[in-house]
Design a protein around this ligand. Structure first.
Ligand code: GAR
Length: 196
């Protein structure tokens, strides 16, 4: 079986990256992680990747004069690895329309809420403030509208009266680590595909 080639883009901790890499170690996993790219030279996930013999690359957005210039260079870097799938895992940058269009159908993201609820940042705090009883995580295709692409998988968790954003976030994160590898398997096995 030819494994699908996955690139993971991170900006920080990289716990989803770890979950994906751990899953990819299963003999029957239909995908392999071929590289990890970070826009943040200090991203903790880079160390995990390097310790696990995965190629890492840093493309520091601060060294580019515009969002367009950064995204063009990022696209070139990604193309060099000939990926089938590009997975954003805590990649905290808004991507240009050109970039998203270029990789459309191969570009997926994980978001810490039950989209379309709580797009954007501080999702756990906003869920608590809104008084919802359920919260969760979503893996979705990336389209030009932020956090709005077609949903691949979601997982729900309860919101408890005693929750702080940190406690709720930890409960959601556990689900993220479960559904992101699952979503990658579905894509890699051609069980789902993007349609406009
Ligand atoms: C995750 O909770 C992910 O859902 C979120 O950032 C965190 C990254 O954690 N992504 C977004 O908010 C995207 N808008 P990780 O680096 O430990 O995987």
């Amino acid at each position: 079986m030819l494994k699908k080639r996955v690139i993971i883009l991170i900006s920080g901790r990289g716990s989803n990256l770890q979950a994906i890499v751990n899953d990819s170690r299963n003999k029957n996993c239909p995908y392999q992680v071929v590289a990890v790219i970070s826009n943040n030279p200090l991203a903790e996930g880079l160390e995990f990747a390097a310790n696990n013999d995965i190629i890492t690359a840093i493309l520091n957005h601060k060294q580019f004069s515009s969002r367009e210039a950064f995204d063009q260079e990022l696209a070139k870097l990604i193309d060099g690895f000939q990926p089938d799938i590009i997975a954003l895992a805590g990649f905290m940058r808004i991507l240009t329309n050109d970039f998203v269009e270029y990789f459309k159908g191969r570009l997926i993201n994980i978001h810490p809420s039950l989209l379309p609820n709580f797009a954007g940042l501080h999702t756990h705090q906003r869920a608590i403030e809104a008084g919802v009883s359920e919260h969760g995580a979503t893996v979705h295709f990336v389209i030009t509208e932020v956090d709005a692409g077609q949903i691949i998988l979601q997982a729900k968790v309860p919101v408890l009266k005693t929750d702080t954003p940190e406690i709720l976030g930890a409960r959601v994160l556990e689900e993220e680590h479960r559904i992101y590898p699952q979503a990658l398997c579905l894509l890699a096995e051609n069980k789902i595909r993007f349609e406009n």
